[in-house]
Structures are given as structure tokens and as C-alpha cells.
Design a protein around this ligand. Structure first.
Ligand SMILES: *[C@@H]1O[C@H](CO)[C@@H](O)[C@H](O)[C@H]1NC(C)=O
Ligand SMILES: *[C@@H]1O[C@H](CO)[C@@H](O)[C@H](O)[C@H]1NC(C)=O
Length: 461
């Protein structure tokens, strides 16, 4: 769950921490709360969809940006009849959940009317997906009310969400032009605590795309709907696209690194990397995870210190001055003139390079436009933040949205690899060659590209 703008960065970082903190037994989230009005458990188990079929792929248009929105999100059509919800795309967690009228005890202002689960939608506690949900938030699996699966997600800033697992229809817009209705289990969060309860939320919920069994990616692949592969392309101009399945993986131009286990978490990690600013090496190896649910990038204790001192040394030769009055982000610099875009400032900064692997080299370049933002005051602000200050473990480095812009990033759980490559995220690739892509339903979802005939384009979303 995210807040807009500045708040977003923090909360998402906290999502990362939530799991870590919950791993400590004394902090384990004992979610024993039951639904206010407890529907009886006559619910069929949420076997997602039993009919095996040729796996397909789905594509979703993204909205949002790093700044000022602080999130990329997509519209998901959930329920029967389907209703739209804005979901924050989060590769750093497994649980998909929505603020929910079960009825709601504490919900914030969300973009759409609250999702209302049908009575028969409760997932029983003994269901495998309930075990998976508890495992992914490091919560002990226990069943106070066998008819339902209670959980609690805790955030390190003492925010939290209490919810119950439900199963309902999800419409998948396939790349061949049809819509596939599948059934997935997700969280119905009916009691939320936020730092600022009055704040209007940008999204109705979180789309958890980690690789744990509870994530919708795993659910859809376990049911044979898609291969266990996904990717996103976050445009620096805002928006972009997300795909589930392997149908839009580019055939070339992708740098691949093996997916390395990261503790007992379900984070996507391309393994340890060395960090360079320009050509200068910045000390020891970093444990890196990719997390689209984090708006900014966070470095651990030592890498952050090394990076800040190197960048400050570089800047001492440039006509930039500290701008401590600009509170957009912790570190901002004022130029000779107020900046209008990152393109005005990038000449003062060097690219960062993450170099993964031993031997088989895979590098990720983070150019200045992928670690700086230009604030509303026209200053250049650093979008790489102090993870320790945000409450992250000392040795965790989170590559967030800002550093993943204008890249197609592929999370391939079939081959256990992670890939990235430069891309124009404003258009879905090969749309003209994808059979049936130029279809009215895509127009109504707004995911057409210029390759489709003009009469398909509309502004209905
Ligand atoms: C698209 O693919 C799905 C699943 O693979 C299939 O059921 C459907 O008939 C296809 N639709 C079209 C228009 O080809
Ligand atoms: C990062 O935050 C930690 C914890 O607040 C602090 O001890 C450390 O000095 C900070 N690092 C830098 C370079 O400011």
C-alpha cells in the first residue's frame, strides 16, 4: 500500500521490512482477528482454474510515475460482474490485496468504491494458499476460525492491514485479444492503520508479484494459465506496461543474470553486485533486490555512505549548491538556474553501474536520469535514499522504480533468471504482429499502440 509523493517511498520500503521484522518470533503478527460479520464457511476452495490449457500471456497498461505519484499502477477488473481497481505493481511482495468492505472497519479514501467480497468467497484456513500467505509474511499458520484465512501485514512504521483471504474472478486481457476470466485468491483488507489516515490513496490495493506460492503470478502459472514469467516497462514519461506470461519477452537485447535466493524471502535478486560511479569502484559487494513496489532506490549502510561521499566529491567541482530548504527528498541541489527536467542536470552527474556475477558479467547501468528527480522547486534531488534510515537491514539494497525506468525488466521463474534491457515503454512491442492485438477491448483498456489503426484509439480509460 502506498501513499502519494514523498510518503510512497517510505511505506514501500517498510513493506520490505515488514517481512523481515515479522521473521523475529517476538514480533510475529498474531492475526487472530475474525471478520466482523463472519459468513459461514460453505465456500468451495479457490482452486484457481483446473482446466489445463496452452499457457497464454496477459498485458496491462500502467499509469503513474516516480515523481510526484510515487507509484506505477494498473487497472484490474475483479469480481462478477467485474469492477475496476487500481493496483500498485509490487514485485517485492507476494500478497495481492485490496481495501475491502467486509464490512470495512478502517479504510482510507481510495479511487474506487470498496471491493465487496461475495459471501461464498472466503478461502478456508486449511487451504494451501492460506499456508502460502502466512509463510510469505512469516506469520505462524493457525486457524482460530477454520472457515477463513486471517492474516495481518505489518509495516515497520507501525502501520498495518488486517484482512481475510477471498477468491474471486479476475479478468485477464490476453495478448491475442481475448479476455480470460480466471479465479484467484487475494486479500480483503478491512482494517488498515496508516501514518496519515486522512491521506487520499493513489491505489485501491497492491498487486503482489513476488515468486512465492501466494502471488497471483504463481497462482496463474500453477493453474496453467500462463508461464511463470512476468515483466514490466516503466516509462520515464509516466505509464508503461506490465505483462504476465512469456509472450512479450523480447527475443534479443536482454542482459540476463541468474535469480539468486535471498535469505528466506521471495525477493527477486540478481545476486551480489559491485558498484561503480562512472569508472570509480565504490567498495564492497552489494546484495541487490529489484522491487517495483518501491518508488526510490535504497542503499544499505556502507554503500550509501560510499556513494554519498563519492558524489559529493564530484559535485564540489560543479556549480551546484545544497538546497536544504527543498524537502522533496533528503538531498537536493540548486543549479545556476532552476531546472526544468532531468536532462538539464544529467551533465553534472556520472552514471552508476551495478556489475553482477563472477565471471559471467551482467551489468545494469543507472544513468543520472534513473537516480535523480527534478523537484517542483526546480532542484535536482537524489532518488537514492539511506536504507538504514528507512529501517531496512544494513545489507539490503533495493532497486526501485526510479532506477528501472525505460527498461524492460523480466522476472523469469521458469528459468530462474532476471533480465533487463533498454526499451521504449510508451508502446507495447510488436503490437502489430501480435495476432488480434488491435481489438476493441484493448482500446477500451487504453493499451493500444500507434501501430493499431486510428479508429481503435479512444480515451475511455
Ligand atoms: C486466445 O488464447 C486463449 C488461450 O490460449 C484461447 O482460449 C482463445 O480462444 C484465444 N483467442 C483468440 C481470439 O485467438
Ligand atoms: C544513514 O542512516 C543511518 C541511520 O540513521 C545513519 O547512522 C547514517 O549515518 C546515514 N548515512 C549517511 C551517509 O548519512
Amino acid at each position: 500500500m502506498r501513499m502519494e509523493g514523498k510518503g510512497a517511498a517510505l511505506l514501500v520500503a517498510l513493506l520490505v521490512v515488514a517481512a523481515v521484522l515479522a521473521a523475529i518470533p517476538s514480533c510475529s503478527a498474531a492475526a487472530t482477528t475474525t471478520l466482523p460479520k463472519k459468513p459461514k464457511a460453505s465456500a468451495p476452495p479457490p482452486s484457481v482454474d483446473t482446466g489445463r490449457r496452452t499457457p497464454s500471456s496477459a498485458v496491462f497498461r500502467l499509469r503513474g510515475n516516480v515523481y510526484p505519484n510515487g507509484a506505477y499502477y494498473t487497472t484490474m477488473n475483479i469480481g462478477n460482474p467485474p469492477k475496476p481497481y487500481y493496483m500498485d505493481v509490487d514485485t517485492g511482495s507476494d500478497i495481492t490485496w485490496l481495501q475491502c468492505d467486509a464490512p470495512c472497519q478502517r479504510c482510507s479514501k481510495v479511487p474506487h468504491p470498496l471491493y465487496k467480497p461475495p459471501k461464498s468467497s472466503l478461502v478456508p484456513c486449511e487451504n494451501a494458499l492460506c499456508y502460502a500467505v502466512h509463510a510469505s509474511i512469516h506469520q505462524k499458520h493457525k486457524c482460530e476460525s477454520p472457515g477463513q484465512c486471517d492474516y495481518e501485514v505489518q509495516y515497520a512504521d507501525h502501520g498495518s492491514s488486517i484482512g481475510v483471504l477471498v477468491a474471486d474472478a479476475l479478468d485477464l486481457p490476453l495478448i491475442n485479444g481475448s479476455t480470460l476470466r480466471s479465479r484467484i485468491a487475494f486479500g480483503c483488507g478491512y482494517d488498515q492503520l496508516f501514518r496519515n489516515p486522512e491521506e487520499r490513496m493513489l491505489t485501491d490495493g497492491v498487486l503482489g508479484l513476488g515468486f512465492g506460492k501466494a502471488s497471483i503470478l504463481s497462482q496463474l502459472s500453477d493453474s496453467g494459465v500462463i508461464h511463470n514469467v512476468m515483466g514490466h516497462c516503466l516509462s520515464s514519461r509516466g505509464g508503461g506496461y506490465l505483462f504476465l506470461g512469456d509472450g512479450l519477452v523480447p527475443p534479443s537485447g536482454i542482459t540476463w543474470a541468474p535469480k539468486i535466493p535471498f535469505g528466506d524471502s521471495n525477493y527477486y535478486s540478481p545476486g551480489p553486485a559491485s558498484l561503480l560511479l562512472g569508472t570509480q569502484s565504490l567498495g564492497s559487494k552489494l546484495q541487490v533486490v529489484l522491487d517495483s513496489g518501491s518508488s526510490y532506490t535504497y542503499f544499505g549502510f556502507q554503500p550509501y555512505r560510499d556513494f554519498i561521499s563519492a558524489i559529493k566529491k564530484d559535485l564540489s567541482r560543479q556549480p551546484l549548491k545544497d538546497a536544504p530548504d527543498d524537502k522533496s527528498l533528503p538531498l537536493c541541489w540548486k543549479g545556476p538556474r532552476s531546472f526544468r527536467s532531468v536532462l538539464d542536470v544529467k551533465k553534472y552527474f556520472k552514471p552508476l553501474v551495478l556489475s553482477f556475477g563472477n565471471g559471467r558479467k551482467a551489468t545494469m547501468e543507472i544513468p543520472p536520469e534513473n537516480y535523480l528527480i527534478v523537484s517542483k522547486k526546480g532542484n535536482a534531488c537524489l532518488g537514492i535514499l539511506n536504507g538504514t534510515e528507512a529501517g531496512l537491514p544494513h545489507d539490503l539494497n533495493v532497486i526501485g522504480d526510479i532506477s528501472l525506468q525505460d527498461l524492460v525488466v523480466i522476472y523469469d521463474n521458469e528459468r530462474r533468471q532476471i533480465g533487463w534491457g533498454q526499451a521504449n515503454c510508451d508502446r507495447v512491442p510488436n503490437a502489430d504482429r501480435i495476432d488480434g492485438f488491435c481489438q476493441p477491448q484493448f482500446a477500451s483498456m487504453g493499451i493500444l499502440t500507434e501501430e493499431c489503426p486510428a479508429y481503435y484509439h479512444s480515451d475511455t480509460v
